[in-house]
Each structure stands twice: as structure tokens, then as C-alpha cells.
Design a protein around this ligand. Sequence first.
Ligand SMILES: Nc1ncnc2c1ncn2[C@@H]1O[C@H](COP(=O)(O)OP(=O)(O)O)[C@@H](O)[C@H]1O
Ligand SMILES: [Mg+2]
Length: 346
Amino acid sequence: MSQVVLKDIKKTFNGKDVIPQINLTIPSGSFTVLVGPSGCGKSTTLRMIAGLEHPSSGEIRIDGQKVNQVDPGKRDIAMVFQNYALYPTMTVKENIEFGLKNRKVPRAEREEMVREMAETVGLTDYLSRKPSELSGGQRQRVALARAMVKKPKVFLMDEPLSNLDAQLRQQMRFELMELHQKLKTTFIYVTHDQVEAMSLGDQIVIMNKGNIQQAATPMDVYHKPANIFVAQFIGSPPMNIFSADQLGIGVNRTTKIGIRPESMKLHYGDETSSSKESCYIQGTIVAREMLGSETLYYINSSIGRFAVKSHEEEQVINGTRVQVEVPFDSLHSFDENEVRLREGVR
Ligand SMILES: Nc1ncnc2c1ncn2[C@@H]1O[C@H](COP(=O)(O)OP(=O)(O)O)[C@@H](O)[C@H]1O
Ligand SMILES: [Mg+2]
């Protein structure tokens, strides 16, 4: 187990600040996920931790030791990419064993390490097969096993599941969580997929344009997003944002009000008036999306278009007039810089 610290890290490519300055502590034994839109600097950050890229300034520490000048091979880390390549002519066993042989680990010890790792990832029955005789998920497991067998201090993964179909991806997510629980190694995982980040991470680091927007637990980024970017990046569809003036609520420095589609409720028929607990927005349903267990309604109103997620399946047609209930206790309040305000709305 190992803590990773990025201190005042800056990265410039061709005179352009790709990462202006980040500070981040990745707790020992955590499953930390770096998430953000394409091009925001996730891979660059991971590659600097791996030693494949050098920071323009700042310090990287693994277990308290500054590693800026330490070669990738000497950092005691392992990495798996999206396009992991297995050696096609080698068996599963030989693939997993390869790095150990290179390190001149004695044969008996090697055998034991491979056996143990194969069991951890469920490949015991496949050790004599070639990669071409495996399914996509099994190949992915070989790539994980090959990286993990060296018992690295830190395990880095860059979008390792992107090439798999949705069902397999879900299964592999579960397996990764199990693997993490068994090994208790520090995992650092990069993805652009917020659902993947929320389901895997115990710490989520949300990045945008080379800056860290928030580093917190999945619960906190969902319930207490640090700013409007995070509020809209996490959750699907994104949080609805209204101007406080238009909604006629908000105190002090509140300029924007956010509410999640799943926190709003549709009412039909009679006019409803505001109470202590909630206010109502009048609108018209303009589109509906069936998601299975939930239904998404798109509403047009005088304060703009927004989405409502409901568990009730209503027999409504487009054009139906609705009163949308907005409970005050589920509102998020943001200041003029789009930063979350603690004091809430009322
Ligand atoms: N070797 C490089 N040379 C020049 N620019 C680069 C290099 N690597 C990454 N970049 C730029 O840095 C930014 C961040 O890239 P990257 O870290 O790959 O983003 P992400 O992984 O979040 O999609 C992008 O604008 C990308 O074009
Ligand atoms: Mg990337």
C-alpha cells in the first residue's frame, strides 16, 4: 500500500499549459478515479505518476519518496492501458510470467506467484491457452494479472474497459472492485465515463481543462458538487440549472439554483401554489424517454427547458400541462462564479 502525492504539478506541452497546477493526495489503498471530459489531462496526470511523462514543475511522491528522477521501471508501479497488448504467441501463463522472468525471479517462486494471481482473477483453467483462444473479458483479465503479479505499490489503469461491450464492462467493473478488495493495493483509474467513476471509486477526482474541480467520495460529488461543472458532469441527465432571479428564490450571493431531475415531481391538473416546503413551475411536456425503471420527461416552461426523472409511468402525451414541484430541501445554490454555497437556498 502506498500514498501518492502530487504537489504543485504543472505540465506544459509546446508552450501550452495542459495542466496549470494541480495538488492531489491519493490515499494509500484507495481506489481513486480520475474522471473528466476528453482532453482534460487525465492520461497526462497518470503518465506523470508512472514516469512516462515528466512534470514541467512540481513534485511527485510515492510513499513519501520524491520520484521525479526515478525511472518508470523503478517506481514499483504497474499500468494497464485501453489497448493492452498480450503476447500472441505465448500462453496465458507465459504472458503473466513474462515480467517476473525479466526480473529474474526464481522459477519456484514465479510458479507460485502466477498460480496465485491466476486464481485471484479466475484464470486458473486457462493458463495453457493462447490469447486468441480467450474472450475479450478473459484477455482483459490476463492483462490485469500480468500487471498485478509483480505486486506493485500502485496500480494505474487508463480506460482499460473502453474496448469492451456494455455488459462485459459492467462485469469487469465488479471484478476490478473485487480485485481491489483482495489486494488492497492503491488503484488509480482513469475514465471519461462518470457512471464508471461513480461505481468504482472510493475517491473521485473530477478534472476539467487541466484543473481539479473536486476530489471527494461519490456521495459527496453527487450530493455536494463543488461547482456547476461537477453538478452537471455527475448524474444523467445533468442537474437542471436555473437563474435564482427567474425562480424567485435564493438568498444573499445565490445567483444560480440547481436541482436534479430525480428530485422534481410532476403534478397534473389543478393549480398548485408554493408552500413552506416547495415551489412549483408550470410547464408543458415536450418529450418523453422511457428508460425502463424510470421515465424522463422534458418540460418547457417560462424559465427554460428542463428534465424531470420519474419512477411513475404516466399516460401522458406531449403537450400535457404539468405543475412541477421543486422541493426546497433538494436545491443546490451557486454563486456568481458557479461555486457551491454552503448556506443553501432559504
Ligand atoms: N505528447 C503530447 N504532446 C502535445 N500535447 C499533448 C501530448 N499529450 C497530451 N497532449 C495534450 O494535452 C491535453 C490533455 O491530454 P490527455 O492527458 O491525453 O487528456 P485526457 O486523457 O483527459 O483525454 C490535450 O489537449 C492533449 O492534446
Ligand atoms: Mg486519456
